[in-house]
Design a protein around this ligand. Structure first.
Ligand SMILES: Cc1cc2nc3c(=O)[nH]c(=O)nc-3n(C[C@H](O)[C@H](O)[C@H](O)COP(=O)(O)O)c2cc1C
Length: 328
């Protein structure tokens, strides 16, 4: 049975990519994922914000040098250099020991200075670069156009610096999501889209009046948001689409490929179970293909996309009219 997948020009032995997270922050952990069958990994992100915070922490620690402007410059550069050096070393060491594709990841919020370092990731040997543009449209002074422009600015500047494939891990917060993704794909500066990023979600502890984090890991029912958008966009966008969030089983992988995904990213299910669970997911995928008589992923990829299904409105419907109508 042929599970190979072409993702942004990279050959994956199967469509299971382990997404950016603590699961992929060391060569040992990545080796374990590879040994259990992962098709590729996205490394833990290097955070644009983190570089800046680290710099501030260093300045705070070394207040006695604060009088010397050169010292501040030194600390500024040192913090950035340290972050990028550590990350480049992770890429280099992973490339020495690991055969599956290694996709680096940068978590960014602007088209800022960090882009100067993008080519260091390519030089270290990363097979591709995933940009997690973490935009929360919470600033009431910024219009949707201003927010969306950030994506265009980032990919243009990054593509000018690197020649490896670049993917954009998108937020679903956008009033014109389909148009935004289509227009980004037309720039030819994006090789694939990862739908979607799953944000940290704050919650309130009502007994202690504290803000706490909720649901660090996804639930299988969260698959529906990316499933809808993969199905809606897979024939409108001529780029690879990668499904992410709520994929916890072989069934989840099958659904996303039927909707039109090139491959999937999985994180929470591996945290909750173990790297060995990748083999279970792959076996479930193969069993389903065998049952249905498919020999390769291409034979059923997109079979249930919005354009192919009998009732295309199914993916567009947002009202529960039929269900709510009868409920009193
Ligand atoms: C503990 C943890 C750490 C994560 N760290 C990152 C990260 O550094 N960069 C990133 O782009 N996404 C990160 N993510 C998000 C995952 O890559 C993924 O998009 C999200 O968990 C949804 O997929 P899932 O439903 O399979 O968990 C993290 C997720 C978890 C649970």
């Amino acid at each position: 049975m042929d599970l190979t997948t072409n993702y942004m020009g990279l050959t994956l032995k199967n469509p299971i990519i382990i997404g950016s997270s603590g699961l992929t922050n060391s060569v040992e952990k990545i080796k374990k994922l590879e040994n259990n069958g992962a098709g590729a990994v996205v490394l833990k992100s290097l955070f644009e914000e983190q570089l800046l915070v680290d710099r501030d922490r260093l300045i705070e620690q070394d207040k006695q040098y604060f009088w010397y402007p050169e010292a501040v410059d030194y600390i500024n550069n040192y913090a950035k250099e340290f972050g990028i050096k550590e990350y480049s070393d992770l890429i280099k060491n992973a490339k020495k020991d690991i055969d599956i594709p290694i996709i680096a990841s940068i978590n960014c919020i602007s088209a800022g200075e960090w882009i100067l370092f993008a080519n260091r990731i390519e030089d270290a040997g990363a097979d591709a670069l995933e940009l997690n543009v973490s935009l929360l449209p919470s600033d009431e002074t910024r219009s949707s156009e201003e927010n969306e422009k950030i994506y265009f600015d980032i990919i243009k500047k990054v593509k000018a610096k690197v020649s490896i494939p670049v993917s954009l891990k998108m937020s679903f917060y956008s009033s014109g999501l389909a148009r935004l993704i289509q227009k980004l794909s037309w720039t030819k500066n994006v090789d694939s889209f990862v739908l979607f990023n799953r944000y940290y979600s704050p919650d309130i502890d009502i007994n202690n009046f504290k803000i706490i984090s909720s649901n660090v890991f996804s639930q299988p029912q969260e698959i529906t948001t990316s499933l809808r958008w993969i199905a809606l966009l897979s024939e409108k966008v001529k780029c690879d689409l990668i499904a992410s969030t709520g994929i916890h089983s072989g069934e989840g992988v099958v659904k996303q490929i039927l909707a039109g995904a090139t491959a999937v990213q999985i994180v929470s299910a591996i945290y909750k179970k173990s790297p060995e669970y990748i083999t279970t997911i792959l076996n479930e995928l193969k069993d389903w293909m065998k049952n249905k008589g498919f020999n390769s992923l291409d034979e059923f990829r997109g079979k249930m996309s919005n354009k192919k299904v009998e009732n295309p409105a199914a993916f567009e419907r947002v009202q529960f009219m039929k269900y709510f109508g009868g409920i009193v």
